[in-house]
Design a protein around this ligand. Structure first.
Ligand SMILES: N[C@@H](CCC(=O)N[C@@H](CS)C(=O)NCC(=O)O)C(=O)O
Length: 222
């Protein structure tokens, strides 16, 4: 039986969604965030970094969303949720599967950290922190995010999903950056392809079942 170490309200939602798409049996061990939003120390007993998602299967531990998605699709997918090797969609599939945590999430995390900076420093430094946060946002983070989101929009406008006309593991990986960006970033323009994509993935029965198994997930209604 696959065990998912699931942190509430987190990107681990994607793994439950994938398991539901694949129709696999699994158990969920839920961990609750503390007031600082960090995972409890007990998660470090599963993997030293104490992050979620982590899964256990067949006596092995798998961490990192992209690696978990790849492992589950390769092991249990029987060809589902992945374009055939050598097909035009396959290079797109690999790119977006790895891009989600490798390129998109670091930028979104920078956005989050700098937007929270003023609240993290002593009161007298808040004005300065606000200026730093604004400058970093304007010069470094926001222009890059705008480029990235324009790329997502044009990719999704091509044929609806990140690696072609069908849902793949790349979409499961990219769902979290898209959901986080649309809720955190001031979007320049209506982004119709991205909004249509979110509607399409959220309407999937497997996505809804994953929400029932995992509980609260803050981005599901943004
Ligand atoms: N790149 C990693 C990121 C894992 C990660 O940062 N997970 C967050 C949940 S969204 C977490 O565990 N946060 C709690 C903490 O850092 O204490 C992955 O995709 O698995």
């Amino acid at each position: 039986m696959i065990t998912v170490h699931y942190l509430d309200n987190s990107r681990a939602h994607r793994i439950l969604w994938l398991l539901e798409e694949l129709g696999l049996d699994y158990e969920v061990k839920t961990y609750r965030r503390g007031p600082d939003m960090r995972a409890p120390e007990s998660l470090k007993a599963v993997h030293p970094l104490g992050k979620s998602p982590v899964i256990e299967d067949g006596g092995n531990v798998y961490a990192e969303s992209g690696a978990i998605i790849e492992y589950l699709i390769e092991t249990y997918g029987k060809g589902a949720l992945k374009p055939a090797q050598g097909s035009p969609g396959h290079s797109r599939y690999l790119y977006w599967l790895h891009y989600a945590e490798g390129s998109a999430m670091p930028l979104l995390l920078l956005k989050l950290i700098f937007s929270r900076l003023p609240r993290q420093v002593p009161f007298l430094l808040r004005g300065t922190a606000r200026l730093i946060s604004k400058a970093v946002g304007a010069k470094l983070v926001d222009p890059q995010l705008a480029d990235h989101m324009a790329l997502w929009e044009s990719e999704l406008a091509r044929d609806g999903f990140f690696a072609g006309r069908e849902l793949t593991g790349a979409d499961i990986a990219m769902s979290f950056p898209v959901e986080a960006a649309l809720s955190r970033v001031e979007v320049s323009g209506p982004m119709p392809a991205m909004r249509h994509y979110l509607e399409a993935i959220r309407a999937r029965p497997a996505y809804r079942r994953a929400l029932e198994r995992g509980g609260a997930y803050g981005y599901a209604d943004t």
